[in-house]
Design a protein around this ligand. Structure first.
Ligand code: 0X9
Ligand code: ZN
Length: 724
């Protein structure tokens, strides 16, 4: 009895081994020896990580130079789930989300059942009951990847906490249905909670039907069981004992069937299957090197996302060939559901990093990337440039932007400026027609001098709202600030270290610079260090907040390609000194000092923490990061009018604007329209009736202040207007 137990446990002693390799053919040779459970590859760094057992290790240990990263047999106790969610904790968490935010989170629902009848549960995050574009997030389809669950639940919590505080999150939850499925493979996940190495990957199918679960023979790799190009291309195994066993047939497993049925029902526009590890963003195809027809859309999103998490980003095939994965099915199975962009994230540096700080790093660095996936699920305007000039008392605003929505072109787009100040501003040009915008990767616009207004009483600071809208119901408000006069909240030239706490590394403060390492030296490998503010800043009273950093750097990697990130520098903010959110990461070369400005209004809080983080991997060094100055600036509006309370203007009503002596009326429905214009002392200077009209131009040929009267079949307005 004792002997059998020992044998089984011996066989179970899984380990993670990093093989140092020269080329892809070394990987193939290792795989041909029966070790197919490959989990991370980096050809530039010359390594590949495999999960293997003791017997396999004995066979290869003298053939390849290697390092044992994790040895299950050394685990004296069970793998410490510690700060990771167990299955029941994760289910509890989504329950709590629903109970604490009943207006934003659905009751947890059952997507399906596993072999052992465990519930695969999900929630829908959304602010109303309308059916809106859906975005899909799932994690732990591989049982040994609890870091994905933390990243997903951390992101969900961020959305909930910010819905009432942040106008962008507010817009997204009002206009998207976000599906969150934290534990996609519950049987395997629960098994790991008491499995010595914690390295079980597959589900728990009884492959030989003998009624006993055997780790050396049972289980299907759910991420090889999806029914698109299933088993086509040597990217999975037909052998039940393999860790990449594809199962007896496509969608043979209850877990993938549940996934499939629910996915086809909610028809997500974008999906993310979250895995660990390797710090990667990847996308289809995995089964072939041919790029998908939507490669430019995948790349357009990856370009935005990897600026925050510094993950290498490329088509899945170039990691290693796979078939039957979730992302290939999500993108490819257009006979079952509309086309959907299926991403795979690989988070972190190993399967188990049970340290709260590391887990929080992985949550924080993926908040903006995940948010981009939510944005791209439907029409969404991202303003890429917002600039303004004061010329005398006239303020001119230029904007450019992009539609991030995948397969979501926007027709007949307008932008309207609302100045949230009814005392110190007179709008002149406040509506601009942008026209038709293409989808993700194609829909750009650039409008110099889009808006103009008169600034009164010497006011320099205005909160404004740009509302993008069309006549088919698209409305997206974007809040911006015109900050002609800012105040310094924090300014540091690094003449000394009195404001700062240094955590590890070789940071130096000298001659007015903060450096990651002494001038003339190279930074060390394997750094994960930061310098952070000793005392948080109270920024809650400002209407606008920005950070300006003046810096230069030389780090390994190339900033201008998607897949050459290794070491990085990061500017991060937090409201609790625990969960830090990067506003940007930097790598590659930028040898001359440059100034970067970030609008951090959405991060304002009574205790704002800031840090400079530096990360380097195990090889290749350079001269490092040099920061000359950091500034946090704030600004307040001269006056905020009541209109601020209304987040949305009502575009079902008449609106008008005045431009270059012309009055332009937009009627959002066809109607007969009576228009009269009076001088302020009541003399009629224009009086006309229009039939069946939506848009009316009136050339007044007069300047001054007038009263505009418009009557349609539905409504009447009477407004003071200024004509230039
Ligand atoms: O092999 C896998 O399924 C993924 N790696 S993991 O270590 N989490 O097991 C990578 C899959 C890459 N290919 C596709 N996403 N198509
Ligand atoms: Zn995985």
């Amino acid at each position: 009895m004792l002997i059998t137990l020992l044998l089984i446990s011996n066989f179970d002693e899984k380990m993670v081994v990093r093989f140092y390799i020269k080329s892809k053919s070394d990987i193939e040779n290792i795989m041909n020896m029966g070790m197919t459970d490959i989990t991370s590859v980096n050809l530039k760094k010359g390594y590949a990580d495999f999960v293997i057992n003791k017997f396999q290790y004995e066979k290869v240990k003298n053939l390849y130079s290697h390092e044992v990263l994790f040895d299950g047999s050394e685990m004296k106790t069970l793998i410490n789930f510690g700060p990771y969610y167990t299955y029941s904790e994760a289910m509890n968490e989504i329950n709590k989300f629903h109970l604490n935010y009943p207006n934003l989170v659905s009751q947890p629902f059952i997507v399906g059942l596993s072999w052992e009848n465990r519930q695969i549960k999900g929630i829908k995050v959304s602010a109303n009951n309308n059916i809106k574009p859906a975005i899909w997030f799932n994690s732990a389809i591989h049982a040994r990847e609890p870091g994905g669950v933390s990243a997903l639940l951390g992101f969900t919590y961020y959305l909930l906490k910010n819905y009432y505080k942040n106008s962008e999150i507010n817009y997204l939850l009002n206009n998207r249905d976000i599906y969150v499925i934290p534990v996609t493979n519950p049987d395997g996940y629960v098994f790991n909670e008491s499995y010595a190495s914690g390295l079980w990957r597959k589900n728990k199918r009884d492959n030989n039907n003998n009624g006993v679960f055997e780790t050396n023979y049972d289980g299907v790799d759910l991420n090889r069981n999806f029914g698109y190009m299933w088993g086509c291309c040597n990217g999975s195994s037909p052998n039940p004992s393999s860790e990449t066993y594809r199962g007896p047939s496509p969608f043979s497993e209850p877990e993938t069937q549940s996934y499939r049925n629910f996915f086809n029902q909610v028809k997500p526009v974008i999906a993310n299957d979250i895995h660990t590890y390797s710090n990667l963003i990847i996308w289809p195809w995995g089964y072939t090197s041919t790029p998908t027809p939507d490669d430019s859309a995948f790349r357009a999103l990856a370009w935005r996302m990897f600026r925050y998490n510094a993950y290498n980003s490329f088509q899945a095939y170039y990691l290693y060939v796979t078939d039957g994965t979730s992302d290939d099915w999500i993108y490819g199975a257009t006979n079952e559901h509309p086309k959907s962009l299926g991403f795979t994230f690989e988070i972190g540096e190993s399967f188990y990093q049970p340290d709260t700080n590391i887990i929080l790093e992985q949550v924080g660095e993926n908040i903006f990337p995940f948010l981009y996936l939510v944005k791209a699920g439907g029409p969404f305007i991202e303003i890429s440039n917002f600039s303004y000039i004061f010329s005398g008392d006239t303020v001119k605003i230029s904007i450019s932007g992009i539609n991030l929505g995948f397969n979501s072109p926007i027709s007949g787009l307008y932008a309207k400026l609302e100045i949230l100040d009814n005392v110190n501003a007179i709008g002149i040009d406040t509506i601009v027609y942008i026209g038709n915008l293409g989808s993700l990767g194609y829909g750009f616009f650039n409008i110099p001098n889009a808006f103009k207004f008169i600034s009164l009483n010497n006011c320099k600071n205005y909160k404004v709202r740009i509302i993008f809208y069309n006549n088919s119901g698209f409305i997206q408000p974007v809040e911006k600030f015109i900050a002609g006069q800012k105040v310094i909240v924090l300014e540091d030239d690094f003449n000394n270290n009195s404001n700062w706490q240094v955590n590890g590394g070789t940071w130096v403060f000298s001659n007015g610079y903060l450096r990651t390492n002494q001038q003339g030296t190279l930074y060390n490998n394997n750094l994960n260090t930061d310098v952070r503010l000793l005392n948080p800043l109270n920024t809650s009273s400002y209407d606008y907040l920005e950070a300006i950093i003046i810096h230069r750097w030389r780090l390994e990697g190339n900033y201008n390609v998607l897949n050459d990130v290794y070491d990085f520098a990061s500017l991060d903010f937090s409201d609790d000194n625990r969960l830090f959110i990067p506003v940007k990461r930097f790598w590659g070369n930028n040898i001359n000092f440059r100034s970067d400005t970030f609008d951090i209004t959405h991060l304002k809080t009574s205790s704002l923490y800031m840090r400079f983080k530096f990360y380097s991997d195990g090889a290749d060094r350079d001269s490092g990061w040099v920061i000359d100055k950091i500034q946090i600036l704030g600004a307040n509006s001269c006056n905020i009018s009541k209109r601020e309370e209304y987040l949305f203007s009502d575009f079902s009503k008449i609106n008008f604007h005045v431009s270059k002596g012309k009055v332009i009326l937009n009627i959002p429905y066809k109607s007969s329209v009576k228009v009269r214009i009076y001088t302020i002392d009541g003399k009629v200077i224009f009086d006309s009736d229009f039939l069946n009209r939506e848009r009316i131009y009136i050339d007044l040929n007069k300047k001054g202040v007038f009263v505009l009267y418009v009557k349609t079949q539905k409504e009447t307005i009477r407004e003071r207007i200024l004509v230039f």
